[in-house]
Design a protein. Structure first.
Length: 305
């Protein structure tokens, strides 16, 4: 399975990467200065951010909302783009190969952004842990790192990590995580059917699976504990906050004086975390899939930090 995924991407040695500046602290990398694409004459230019974070895309599963993500990537640009884990779902691909054209389009879109000047940093998670063996290499100009300290435009330090390494279930009861993943996959099938019906009726995307999950008391307790563990880790690293994924719940809130930020996912909430030019962090919700004649502004709802 790893060979089939690896063949989709071209691996280059780190010497091929451009020389960056000092905005992001990596083990052996710094930030490059991107060159923006000229805007199309027939369409409004994409919105440009200083930084974007996306995670939990789960390419290789039927629950992946690739069309929405492609639309988001088309209408939003950034100097730096973080892929914060679970980009490819190796767990599901081991059970059976599923890779439609739209999933390959997502990979190609990310590679194209990196090739055209966006700094793209890939931080693997639990579903794509096989990518951790490529630390220090690059997938077609996409850097691979275990974790990153990101410095915002206003000088704040944020630990960027997927979050699975701080999940007690993943670390001490992995069999339970696999069992839960099977049940979760079934919920996502229901969510896909439900939203297909809503689309035919003219309604926007709404996550039934996320609604069910966050109504379960144990899930709410787990999320609260996870947020506390993540902010405690950021404090130990002398950071102002943490940016992560893993639990599929977009959030920006202050916990014990530190900022907890989760960029959500692209199977349920369809969200990203964004940093504006002045360092403000906000959640971008992308629940409408646009066509060429639609205005991208109508599809973007921002939740400031």
């Amino acid at each position: 399975m790893l060979n089939r995924v690896s063949n989709l991407l071209r691996v280059r040695q780190p010497g091929y990467m451009q020389q960056p500046s000092d905005t992001v602290q990596l083990a052996s990398a710094r930030l490059v200065s991107p060159t923006a694409d000229p805007p199309s004459a027939s369409a409004p230019p994409p919105r440009h951010y200083r930084t974007l974070w996306i995670s939990d895309i789960h390419l290789g599963t039927a629950g992946c909302q690739a069309r929405y993500l492609l639309d988001f990537l088309k209408h939003n640009e950034s100097d730096t783009l973080y892929l914060v884990g679970d980009i490819i779902d190796g767990w599901q691909l081991r059970r059976g190969w599923y890779w439609p054209r739209s999933h390959n389009d997502v990979v190609q879109k990310l590679l194209r952004k990196a090739r055209k000047g966006t700094r793209v940093i890939y931080i693997p998670g639990n579903h794509d842990a096989m990518a951790r063996q490529f630390m220090g290499l690059a997938f077609g100009d996409i850097e691979v790192a275990d974790e990153v300290i990101h410095i915002t435009a206003d000088g704040r330090r944020f630990l960027v990590t997927h979050g699975d390494l701080f999940d007690g279930v993943m670390q001490h009861a992995r069999w339970l995580a696999y069992l839960g993943d099977t049940g979760y996959t079934l919920i996502l099938v229901l969510n896909r059917w439900f939203n297909g019906l809503r689309t035919r009726m003219g309604y926007p995307y709404w996550s039934l699976s996320q609604y069910i999950k966050h109504k379960v008391k144990n899930a709410v307790s787990f999320i609260t504990a996870f947020e506390k563990v993540m902010t405690d880790e950021a404090r130990q690293r002398q950071c102002n906050g943490v940016i992560c994924g893993h639990i599929h719940k977009a959030e920006i809130r202050t916990l014990d004086g530190l900022l907890y930020c989760n960029d959500g996912d692209w199977v349920e909430s369809l969200t990203a975390l964004a940093e504006t030019a002045d360092g403000t962090l906000e959640i971008v919700h992308w629940t409408h899939c646009l066509d060429a004649s639609s205005s991208p502004r109508k599809a973007t709802v921002l939740e400031p930090a």
